[in-house]
Ligand binder design. Structure first.
Ligand code: C5P
Length: 224
């Protein structure tokens, strides 16, 4: 079997990362959560009060931050580190989710993240999820999936996820965040979210996680 790149793009809250993580485990591949990278940059920008129109400050900030993933054997998954400190919980908070679309729309930020993502996937054997993986980061990926789901179901799923982490958030607030992010992600000038012409669509509204994973794994084996 040859090693491939599985690129999973789609709207916020469709279950991309949950699916991608499990697919990577089944294939014995590395999972790369590119959303976590944009979230970590956003956290750094928030903490250091970086002015989003100050190109020099942005460049300096990007030069002084490092993002890494490290496997947590207890949880059985990768966690995100910003300058050596575990920020996995922090970057999932709604405060960061609200600020991330503005930060991820900045061309300098995207350039820096895309370079790092391309390095992480250069040996193939990766499942990478995000918004521009099949269109921009790896347009030559062997398998491209575009995930969609009903907006109400997406908001409910995200609420359950946040609740499990102890964050109680109103369903309407979550729905608004998802809608805002989708709008900004699809309309930004720099590599906006859209399906690659050769992407395979997966609507997860009425699918279980197991069903989604099985579908992606099957598609992967067909082209390996
Ligand atoms: O995937 P996740 O919901 O964690 O992504 C958070 C945000 O990061 C997205 O709403 C989007 O603004 C940005 N993002 C991006 N490009 C990617 C991955 C995420 O712009 N490849």
């Amino acid at each position: 079997l040859s090693k491939i790149i599985v690129a999973i793009d789609g709207y916020s809250g469709c279950g991309k990362s949950t699916t991608a993580k499990l697919v990577a485990t089944q294939l014995g591949y590395t999972y790369i959560d590119t959303g976590a990278m944009y979230r970590a940059v956003t956290l750094y920008f928030l903490r250091n009060c970086i002015d989003l129109i100050d190109e020099k400050a942005i460049q300096e900030a990007l030069a002084s931050l490092s993002i890494m993933f490290q496997f947590n054997p207890e949880k059985g998954c990768n966690e995100t580190y910003l300058n050596g400190v575990n920020v996995e919980d922090e970057i999932r908070k709604l405060e960061v989710a609200n600020a991330v679309p503005e930060v991820s729309a900045i061309p300098q930020v995207r350039k820096a993240m895309v370079t790092q993502q391309q390095k992480l996937g250069q040996d193939r054997g990766v499942v990478m999820d995000g918004r521009d993986i099949g269109t921009h980061v790896f347009p030559q990926a062997e398998l491209k999936i575009f995930m969609t789901a009903d907006p109400v179901i997406r908001a409910e799923r995200r609420q359950t996820e946040l609740l499990a982490k102890g964050e109680q958030v109103d369903l309407r607030e979550i729905a608004m965040n998802l809608e805002k992010r989708d709008h900004m992600d699809t309309t930004r000038p720099e590599s906006p979210l859209h399906p690659a012409p050769d992407a395979r669509f997966l609507d997860t509204s009425r699918m279980t996680i197991e069903g989604q994973v099985e579908w992606v794994v099957q598609q992967s084996y067909q082209i390996m």
